[in-house]
Design a protein around this ligand. Structure first.
Ligand code: CP
Ligand code: NVA
Length: 330
């Protein structure tokens, strides 16, 4: 039977089968081809979506806006200062109001419970644009980018270096397990993903002939890797006080040329972005002044190297988000 996800929310990858993810990846490729070849695809004219952001964004917001407009839809953006949600109106009430006006709702914010609650009450598909726990739209872009680069997903060796218990580490572990990619979280023990999620991902990986491994050893993490992935050391919503401990814990997991040299020939570097690879940002400058480091999770050398495919990855946010919108609304 063909895949049909019409009417479904997209809250976390754990809710989707490998076949459904495959379907979304194939659909993303079709949309990417259409966009590249200038083929119009306003398939969802007269529909409207709303984007609710309680945290800042460049890629996710722009990807939803462009994808929505390419599909012919009306798009409303609400930032934390311009809606009643949370402060004067509960999540459930907000969901029921927006669900009466819009065909789909994107939400970026803090706890996963909020996006789950929106989905429970909205009556229309809700798409998770990042919570503290998961970042599922990023996953499709990452999988698509790897498949474009290697021509396959199954059997690749993927290593996530850094804060492995955050939204990106969690989501990548599940994404790899679902698609037959061997996953390694290379991090200090304090930042390993939660045990329940490791158990769940391991079970899924066994069904898909791949593995989930956790290691503190940087050499072990780098050796035989086809993909080295990292993310910022302090995520949105975390207090500034954690920088000190985080830098101490993660310094040796910085992705640098020595680490990349241990990986497989043909390996690539990936990052969801934004990234602190230099001091050309306000926070980058502040951290350099306070802690004396000018590059954080990745060196500028690796970020700017031929192995880095971070901007292909960023572009693919739009094509994959378009596939999610289209598949869940039509
Ligand atoms: N990767 C990502 O989600 O980027 P933004 O925070 O800019 O949306
Ligand atoms: N872990 C990062 C991901 C940003 C896309 C954050 O939550 O800030």
């Amino acid at each position: 039977m063909g895949v049909n996800i019409k009417g479904r929310s997209y809250l976390k990858l754990l809710d989707y089968t490998s076949e459904e993810i495959r379907y979304l990846l194939d659909l993303s490729k079709q949309f990417k081809n259409m966009k590249r070849n200038g083929v119009p695809h306003k398939y969802l004219e007269n529909k409207n979506i709303v984007l609710l952001f309680e945290k800042t964004s460049t890629r996710t917001r722009c990807a939803f806006e462009v994808a929505g407009r390419d599909l012919g839809m009306g798009v409303t953006y609400l930032d934390p200062g311009s809606s009643q949600m949370g402060k004067k109106e509960s999540i459930a009430d907000t969901a029921r109001v927006l669900g009466r006006m819009y065909d789909g709702i994107e939400y970026r914010g803090f706890s996963q419970d909020i996006v789950d609650e929106l989905a429970k009450y909205a009556g229309v598909p809700v798409w998770n644009g990042l919570t503290d726990q998961f970042h599922p739209t990023q996953m499709l872009a990452d999988l698509l980018t790897m498949e474009e680069k290697f021509g396959r997903l199954k059997g690749l060796n993927f290593t996530f270096m850094g804060d492995a218990r955050n939204n990106m580490g969690n989501s990548l572990m599940v994404a790899c397990a679902k698609m037959g990619i061997n996953f390694t979280a290379c991090a200090p023990k304090e930042l390993f993903p939660a045990q329940w999620l490791v158990d769940e991902a391991t079970k899924i990986a066994e069904e898909n002939d791949c593995t989930v491994r956790l290691t503190e050893d940087v050499n072990e993490g780098a050796e035989n890797a086809d993909v080295i992935y990292t993310d910022i050391w302090v995520s949105m919503g975390e207090p500034d006080e954690v920088w000190d401990t985080r830098i101490r814990l993660l310094k040796k997991y910085q992705v640098n040329a020595a680490i990349m040299a241990k990986t497989n020939p043909g390996s690539v570097f990936m990052h969801c972005l934004p990234s602190f690879h230099d001091t050309k940002t306000t926070i980058g400058t502040q951290i350099a002044e306070k802690f004396g480091i000018t590059e954080m999770e990745v060196t500028d050398e690796v970020f700017e190297s031929k192995k880095s495919i971070v901007f292909d990855e960023a572009e693919n946010r739009m094509h994959t988000i378009k596939a999610v919108i289209y598949a869940t609304l039509s």
